[in-house]
Design a protein around this ligand. Structure first.
Ligand SMILES: NC(=O)c1ccc[n+]([C@@H]2O[C@H](COP(=O)([O-])OP(=O)(O)OC[C@H]3O[C@@H](n4cnc5c(N)ncnc54)[C@H](OP(=O)(O)O)[C@@H]3O)[C@@H](O)[C@H]2O)c1
Length: 380
């Protein structure tokens, strides 16, 4: 049941999917514009070239945000699509700190100025902000749509409850998309959100589809990808991407700093995997397990700022939105928390190191006083 449309452009196969319920179609594999990992660097010029290359490869869907690439990402998109604006579907985001009515309108105007465009194709709330009422945020989105500044509205990193609340602010079918992490390691979205979105004609934009370059969460998963890739004379990353893109209503947005990998990623959509192969890949899942919160060490080992003590987490000096304490409130009221990601601690010390979920981890500790095991995905 794949919702794809194929046409030929200059001998090249272009495969698209709908974005929400308007007549907009986007390439079944997009391009994510954030280079979050500090070990990879790319100049702004090289990034502009990558956007141009993406266009020639049939990728018309670009996902950016005002805070990506030290605030330069939207301008890079502008330069990369210069003279071809209408051929691209540009998705950008409003940060959670700017979700009040006035600030959201202001943030959209700033993005439009950086994009040198009269419109944003898809404007997404990057993260929910529990202290701003949802109808205020969505009211501002509605104003932008009415003014023609925004064509479609989406959300990102929303829980099921938040998604339902956002939907209630619009007429049926007006919310176009949900952006969430979805890869062969983190498949949280499959249980509830994905079927829900499919039923309502919303597109699921899968971020970190290559599990940030690790492809799968287990050696078995990576081995399966390798075996299938050898059979098809392609790369494991192409097999992983093809699997995500084969999911109905899902559009992955891999990032790369490398032109030959961009070519590889664009071409992945042409890979013909059998139903049996797709099932075999799908079976390599990593399920969450509960572990005591005090068995997890939180250290600044990823180059991202983290709180290393409960006191800091409660005080939130870095101003995370939502703060650990706000998120703890939501957890206590029954909100589902996506599992945090850990790996086994090095040098046989026992326990785990936190890789991802620095706010969620502390929120869980605050919510249950450190007494309840937290669901984790173990990256091995
Ligand atoms: N909404 C949100 O909160 C949110 C959060 C995270 C990400 N995102 C979006 O999702 C996009 C992608 O996510 P991501 O960068 O976190 O993860 P990703 O796309 O899963 O992984 C990127 C990593 O994979 C490597 N890679 C790319 N193509 C490859 C290939 N063909 N073979 C082997 N390795 C390959 C890249 O390295 P090289 O550069 O060396 O190729 C990089 O290390 C972001 O750019 C952003 O637009 C959104």
């Amino acid at each position: 049941m794949y919702l794809v449309n194929t046409k030929r452009e200059g001998g090249r196969k272009v495969i698209t999917k709908p974005l929400g319920q308007m007549a907009v179609r986007i390439s079944s594999i997009g391009l994510g514009m954030n280079v979050a990992d500090s070990s990879r660097t790319i100049s702004a010029e090289a990034q502009v070239d990558l956007v141009r290359l993406a266009g020639t490869l049939g990728i018309n869907f670009l996902d950016t945000a005002p805070n990506y690439l030290s605030g330069q990402s939207e301008e890079i998109v502008t330069a990369g699509i210069k003279g071809r604006r209408k051929e691209f579907v540009v998705a950008t985001k409003v940060p959670p700190e700017a979700t009040s009515y006035a600030r959201l309108i202001q943030a959209a105007d700033s993005s439009l100025a950086r994009l040198k465009s009269d419109w944003i194709d898809l404007y997404q709330v990057h993260w929910p902000n529990p202290i701003v009422p949802m109808n205020e945020t969505m009211g501002a989105m509605d104003t932008l749509v009415r003014d023609g500044k925004v064509r479609q509205v989406g959300v990102s990193n929303f829980s099921m409850n938040e998604l339902r609340e956002a939907e209630r602010c619009f007429s049926a079918g007006a919310l176009a998309s949900v952006q969430v992490e979805y890869n062969l390691f983190d498949r949280t979205v499959e249980s509830e959100m994905l079927p829900y979105c499919r039923e309502r004609g919303m597109t699921v934009i899968a971020y970190s589809p290559l599990h940030r370059g690790r492809l799968a969460g287990s050696a078995r998963g990576r081995e399966t990808l390798k075996e299938i890739a050898e059979r098809h004379a392609c790369s494991s990353a192409q097999v992983a991407l093809r699997w995500i893109a084969a999911q109905d209503s899902v559009v992955p947005i891999p990032n790369t700093t490398n032109p030959s990998r961009l070519r590889e990623n664009a071409k992945a959509i042409e890979l013909e995997l059998s139903g049996e192969e797709l099932d075999q890949i799908g079976q390599c899942r990593t399920d969450p397990v509960p572990v005591p919160t005090d068995s997890i060490q939180v250290a600044d080992n990823t180059g991202r700022k983290v709180y290393t003590t409960l006191k800091e987490a409660r005080e939130n000096p870095l101003g995370f939105v939502p703060s650990p304490a706000q998120l703890a409130e939501q957890i206590r009221s029954g909100e589902f928390l996506k599992p945090v990601r850990v790996r086994h601690a090095e040098h046989g010390r026992g326990g785990y190191e936190l890789l991802e979920g620095r706010v969620r981890y502390w929120a869980w500790v605050i919510a249950f006083g450190g007494k309840q095991p937290i669901p984790v995905l173990i990256d091995s």
